[in-house]
Write a protein that binds this ligand. Structure first.
Ligand code: PEP
Ligand code: MG
Length: 536
């Protein structure tokens, strides 16, 4: 029995024989050609065929895994039309007088290397995509129409899987995906989640395990090859438990989140990045209630540019395919420190220079994010949410800056969508002036993590204070109720995106208070849904 530790990309337990996906990368030969003009034409014809195939794949994926996941093949179609890519192929054919297969393969490798070296995780994940489209064109040029496929059922082990390979697999024959490379942010991982198949990435399985019995533990991210009988027994039992749990919860999918008396509550997901969207959709999220955008900044060594941010926000909006996506503006400071912001050391950071306080005093940083958000809003249903508001003037100032950004974008001929603007209610001050704040915005979302910290004067980072901490403290619950009343009086909707929103002991209380939306982590969506449906 040998255990290989990888990274969990999607939970679940699979037991079966290992099927090694034969990559058999075609060796691309290089030869001299006499007529570069004709060779360039040959390349263009193959490119057109590839575009047709990708359109077919897009339609197949749309039918089988939904529009959001199918979007990757649109990305491939766009990559195929990328002028830098085409120029590079044509240039190699013309200057080196070589065959199109070689030029495409070289270009694919070069671009893949460039993407892989980028800091941005999303761009790194595009490395596999550019290789995928290049391999497709090479296959077409060589007169082969399809990629190698395995018909055996089992745990699929591969170096990496291209999204097109993933979607073409026969779902009933793949018990789990295990890749030696790949990232949890790749579209393949997203597709695995959408297909509801346990998935592991970055798992160092050696060659030569094909045919051996194995256990893929998608929760712990490990592959156990040739398990002993005791381990097998343990995992068989776990598998049964999981099957039963999922069966019960899966029955709720697609059902409206409505109480017995017919009141509907919106059930959205909290995410930290694009990589979480698969899990959100998988668990029936009706939208994204909190995208903590600061993770984008935390993952970077320098300020993410407008372009970089726009791409991420756009991708989330597109993947959610028209469902509401609430993106919270930068909330750093306190426990979330970022070196390049050069923030001073503070005596009392939780009460210090953080979130909107930084954005309103470093307006350029804020404007860059707002421009990216409003630009991305043309691609879906984006709402913008402002954290840590304590005073009316703050939201009025935010609205002034937003108006300027919108005007600037309009002058540049950039179209934006209809963006709802909301605030987080996470300070007692915001609760007390919620009636006035409600006149300024389209919605409220209650951040119970900070609201509890500030109401009870208990540092959320300090575990020594655990004995004094009461998540269900009546003061906090009354604050929530006050906020709901103020919001409804002004005719706006109100949700909860703090952890308390997923506390099923309180679901009934929240429903009774009239909370319109709950935003919880993806894995908790179905348990909360179950609770809402059970409410009177
Ligand atoms: C909150 O404070 O409840 C919240 C959702 O924000 P964060 O946990 O990111 O501070
Ligand atoms: Mg907060």
């Amino acid at each position: 029995m040998v255990e290989y530790q990888g990274k969990a990309a999607f939970g679940g337990i699979a037991i079966g024989k290992i099927v090694e996906m034969g990559k058999k990368e075609a060796v691309v030969r290089r030869w001299h050609i006499e007529d570069p003009v004709q060779e360039v034409e040959r390349f263009h014809r193959a490119k057109e065929t590839a575009a047709g195939q990708l359109q077919e794949l897009y339609e197949k994926a749309q039918r089988e895994v939904g529009a959001a996941s199918a979007a990757i093949f649109e990305v491939h179609q766009m990559m195929l039309e990328d002028l830098d890519y085409i120029d590079s192929v044509v240039n190699i054919i013309e200057t080196q007088e070589v065959n199109a297969e070689y030029a495409v393969s070289m270009t694919g490798d070069n671009f893949a290397e460039i993407f892989a070296a980028m800091d941005d995780a999303y761009m790194q994940a595009r490395s596999a995509d550019v290789k995928d489209i290049s391999a497709r064109i090479v296959r077409i040029l060589a007169g082969k129409d399809t990629a190698e496929k395995s018909d055996e059922a089992g745990i699929l082990v591969a170096d990496d899987l291209a999204p097109s390979e993933t979607v073409q697999l026969d779902k009933t024959k793949v018990y789990a995906f295990v890749t030696r490379f790949g990232s949890t942010n790749s579209h393949t991982a997203i597709l695995a989640r959408t297909m509801n198949i346990p998935a592991l990435v970055m798992t160092p399985v050696p060659e030569g395990t094909a045919g051996k019995t194995a256990i893929a533990d998608g929760f712990a991210g490990k592959l156990i090859v040739e398990p002993d009988e005791k381990t097998l027994e343990f995992y068989r039992a776990r598998q049964q438990e999981e099957i039963e749990k999922r069966r019960l919860l899966a029955e709720l999918k697609g059902k409206p989140t409505v109480t017995k008396s017919g009141r509907s509550v919106k059930l959205y997901a909290n995410i930290g990045g694009v990589g979480d969207i698969g899990a959100a959709l998988q668990n029936d999220a009706e939208g994204i209630g909190l995208f903590r955008s600061e993770f984008l900044y935390l993952q970077s060594d320098t300020y993410p540019t407008e372009e970089e941010q726009q791409k991420v926000y756009r991708q989330v909006a597109e993947m959610m395919a028209g469902k509401k996506v609430i993106i919270r503006t930068l909330d750093i400071g306190a426990d979330k420190q970022i070196g390049y912001f050069n923030l001073d050391r503070e005596e009392n950071p939780a009460m210090g220079y953080r979130a909107i306080r930084i954005c309103l005093t470093r307006e350029e940083v804020f404007r860059t994010q707002l421009r990216a958000l409003y630009r991305a809003s043309a691609y879906g249903s984006i709402s913008v949410m402002i954290p840590m508001i304590t005073s009316l003037w703050e939201i009025r100032k935010v609205k002034e800056i937003v108006a300027k950004v919108q005007q600037e974008l309009a002058e540049q001929g950039i179209t934006c969508g209809n963006v709802e603007l909301g605030v987080m209610i996470e300070t007692p001050a915001a609760v007390m002036i919620a009636d006035e704040l409600a006149q300024e915005v389209d919605f409220f979302s209650i951040g119970t993590n900070d609201l509890t910290q500030y109401t009870l004067a208990i540092d959320r980072q300090n575990e020594k204070l655990n004995p004094f901490f009461d998540a269900h403290h009546p003061a906090v619950l009354r604050m929530i109720e006050m906020t709901v009343k103020s919001a409804h009086k002004a005719g706006i909707w109100v949700g909860i995106c703090g952890e308390l929103g997923a506390d099923t002991e309180l679901t009934e209380t929240f429903v009774r208070m009239g909370v319109d939306e709950l935003s919880v982590s993806p894995a908790l969506l179905l348990p909360v849904k179950e609770k809402i449906i059970g409410c009177e």
